[in-house]
Ligand binder design. Structure first.
Ligand SMILES: Nc1nc2c(ncn2[C@@H]2O[C@H](COP(=O)(O)O[C@H]3[C@@H](O)[C@H](n4cnc5c(=O)[nH]c(N)nc54)O[C@@H]3COP(=O)(O)O)[C@@H](O)[C@H]2O)c(=O)[nH]1
Length: 703
């Protein structure tokens, strides 16, 4: 039963809304009809039965009144005549009149009906049997019971009536159910037709994802409002859909652009727009794979710009960046379209040559590149000169994978740097070991300051007129526990490259100032101590402050400090370098131009430089007396310096002849092995008067 109920519930739930409503209406109708039928049926049957009984009771009353006299006069015939009248009434089964002594007085019975005896009569007023109704009552006359009357009749009329009522009820019930069904079908169609359409449109919208269908609003009731609302909702959805589509398209474009940007960012250098190292490696790998299948040469050129750091530090990063862009453009122009020019990082570029007929042709490309960079770069009113050192490795000779080829090109680039600016160098197998050495030295150099491995040696400068030591040049020495003494010519360029020179340079300045003060405190005549400064130190805007602080800290008069700078620091130098030097000079620090004659010297620029003396390069001094050009240069330098009010120092004076010659040329000061090699402070042969023809002997050492 429970299962049946659940099945019915499930079936009803599965019905459409329209059918549910029909079922509901029919069910309610059936219920009402059933109730009405039961009510109608029961009231009618009851009243019919009551009528039958009333009729029987009135018949009984009539007979009792009529037979009372007959009983009183014991007139059986009269009573029988009255009773027999029932024979015409086919419903009466039997009628019996009993006298006061309960004896049958008169009787009628229909054929086949068994007569009832006095003793069978119950005291009930109506003793009912199935399909029979009866009446049994006393017959009274003047208040005295003179007899009894019993009558029974068929109840079949009631059955017939019941049956006919039932037929009517069933008929009416069925007809009205049918009508209710038909009417509710029609009514529901009328009511829920628009809802069905609504459902259909919803289905269409959901299935096809198209929001252009609309329902006609034909009604003004709730369904009409619902349809209006539904249409409005579709309008909103359609608008949203359009918006979404537009947004989607915009997003797609954005994703495309971003993907392109990401690709660009991942594979290209943001500044120069050249492929970056990632894309280069990719291209190299691809090229090597190809070359493995179709044997051919590939070239890798590793470029490092010379002096870029100086320009960048001096003129600022903005100009440095512009310069890199212009260099990149010239590189691209210098090589063929199928060669890959990539920015490796900083001022380093790599050019990958995929079509190299012969390994040596890579050298021609290098030459082309060096030539391409020769013309100055005009930037922000500066005419900048830059060159590049190029290392070359060739596949398959120098390596069969991209990493090895790059490493070998890098190593040979350092070799090229060793040759001076603007050179190239092919990789050779012995270079690997040299490169490892360099790396090793680099790491040792990083620890040298902390480990107190540096010291200063001092070389005297002698006044040619008085023969006295007028000053000393402080020269840095590095005593590395494992490598022994490392030449400054070797480690100073390395310190510049790895960015350690400024820290080391500051240490040199502090040490030299302190030592000079110590000499003064020890009672020696005050002398000037010269310290070499390189370009990146001068590019540091804090340099003047640092030097002034040191002088103050060691209470050294600025006139006892000299800084030696090379002409190269002025090439493309920003105003700040001049300001630094001018500031130092203003307080009395002596400024000397080292290696004079080897750089870009020109009369006009010399006039404006904040310098006090020129130091003739040792190369010219060595040529004195042997080489007319050297003689001429030294002579011209002395004349020029004096005409500008500058003093002249000649370095690397090794022989008395050179010394004599310099005196004749009117040179002011000399420095060289002839007067003393660079030695530690304690061994410095400081003399008040130098013997110009003899090197200072350790015997003359002051203590
Ligand atoms: N920025 C800094 N540079 C420095 C510092 N200390 C040294 N240096 C530079 O290193 C280069 C090599 O120096 P060094 O090996 O000390 O050579 C110097 C002298 O020893 C050498 N010299 C001196 N007299 C003679 C001589 O008669 N003959 C000869 N063959 N060599 C001699 O010359 C070098 C001095 O050169 P210069 O500076 O040009 O006066 C060198 O470039 C140093 O400048 C430092 O602290 N900071």
């Amino acid at each position: 039963m429970k299962r049946w109920g659940m099945n019915l519930k499930a079936r009803i739930a599965a019905l459409s809304f329209h059918h549910k409503q029909v079922v509901l209406v029919v069910a309610i109708n059936a219920l009402c009809l059933a109730l009405a039928s039961v009510l109608f049926f029961s009231t009618n049957i009851i009243s019919f039965e009551r009528n039958l009984k009333a009729e029987l009771a009135s018949k009984s009353a009539l007979v009792r009144r009529s037979t009372a006299a007959a009983l009183a006069f014991y007139d059986r015939d009269a009573a029988r005549a009255l009773i027999d009248a029932f024979s015409s009434d086919h419903t009466v089964r039997q009628a019996s009149v009993f006298d006061a002594y309960h004896q049958v007085f008169a009787q009628y019975r229909r054929d086949g009906v068994q007569l009832i005896a006095w003793q069978d009569l119950s005291s009930d007023f109506y003793a009912e049997q199935d399909g029979v109704i009866s009446s049994f009552e006393p017959i009274e006359l003047d208040g005295q019971t003179v007899g009894y009357f019993f009558i029974s009749a068929d109840n079949t009329a009631l059955d017939e009536q019941t049956r006919s009522y039932a037929q009517i009820i069933v008929g009416v019930f069925c007809l009205s159910l049918f009508l209710a069904y038909i009417l509710s079908l029609y009514g529901q169609r009328l009511m829920s037709g628009p809802i069905s359409k609504l459902v259909e449109v919803v289905g269409h919208v959901t299935q096809n994802q198209r929001y252009d269908r609309r329902l006609r609003v034909e009604r003004k009731d709730e369904v009409g409002t619902l349809i209006k609302g539904f249409n409005a909702m579709l309008d909103v959805i359609q608008d949203r859909e359009k918006q979404l589509k537009k947004n989607g398209e915009r997003l797609e474009t954005l994703v495309e652009v971003r993907t392109r940007q990401l690709y660009q960012r991942a594979n290209y250098d943001a500044l120069t727009r050249l492929p970056n190292r990632h894309l280069l490696m990719d291209r190299m790998e691809h090229g090597i794979d190809h070359a493995k299948r179709n044997p051919k040469n590939l070239g890798v050129l590793f470029l490092d710009l010379d002096r870029f750091k100086v320009i960048n530090d001096n003129l600022g990063h903005a100009i440095g960046d512009e310069l890199l862009k212009k260099v990149a453009a010239r590189l691209v122009k210098a090589v063929r379209a199928d060669d890959s020019v990539c920015r490796w990082g900083g001022d380093e570029f790599v050019i990958f040559l995929e079509h190299l007929r012969r390994p040596e042709y890579a050298g021609r490309v290098a030459e082309k590149i060096i030539d391409a960079l020769k013309a100055p770069f005009e930037l922000n009113g500066h005419s900048l000169h830059i060159s590049t050192s190029i290392g070359i490795s060739v596949y398959p000779k120098d390596g069969e994978d991209s990493t090895t080829l790059l490493k070998h090109a890098d190593i040979s680039m350092y070799q090229a740097k060793g040759k001076g600016a603007g050179h190239y160098c092919f990789f050779e197998s012995h270079m690997s070991a040299m490169s490892l050495e360099r790396l090793d030295m680099e790491s040792k150099l990083h620890r040298a300051l902390e480990n107190n491995e540096f010291s200063l040696h001092y070389q005297p400068k002698v006044d040619l007129k008085t023969g006295t030591v007028s000053g000393v040049e402080a020269l840095l020495r590095w005593e590395q526990p494992e490598l022994g003494r490392v030449s400054p010519a070797e480690f100073i360029p390395l310190a510049e490259e790895v960015g350690l020179i400024n820290r080391i340079g500051l240490w040199v300045l502090a040490e030299a100032c302190q030592q000079n003060k110590t000499w003064q405190q020890q009672g020696f005549d005050p002398i000037r101590v010269a310290v070499n400064l390189c370009a990146s130190q001068l590019a540091d805007n804090k340099l003047a402050d640092d030097i002034l602080s040191l002088l103050k800290a060691y209470q050294l008069d600025p006139c006892y400090l000299e800084v030696e700078i090379t002409e190269n620091v002025f090439i493309d130098a920003p105003k700040s370098v001049y300001r630094t030097l001018q500031r130092l000079r203003n307080v009395g620090v002596h400024i000397s131009l080292d290696d004079f004659g080897t750089g870009y010297s020109s009369m006009s620029y010399l006039r404006d430089l904040p310098v006090d003396s020129l130091k003739v390069d040792g190369g010219f001094v060595r040529g004195l007396g042997n080489d007319a050009a050297s003689d001429g240069i030294v002579q011209a330098t002395v004349t020029l310096a004096h005409s500008l009010g500058l003093s002249v120092v000649a370095e690397c004076v090794e022989t008395p002849a050179q010394s004599e010659y310099l005196r004749e040329l009117n040179c002011d000061y000399v420095q060289g092995y002839l007067y003393g090699r660079p030695v530690p402070a304690q061994q410095l042969p400081l003399t008040r008067r130098a013997d110009l023809d003899q090197p200072l002997s350790p015997a003359a050492e002051l203590s």
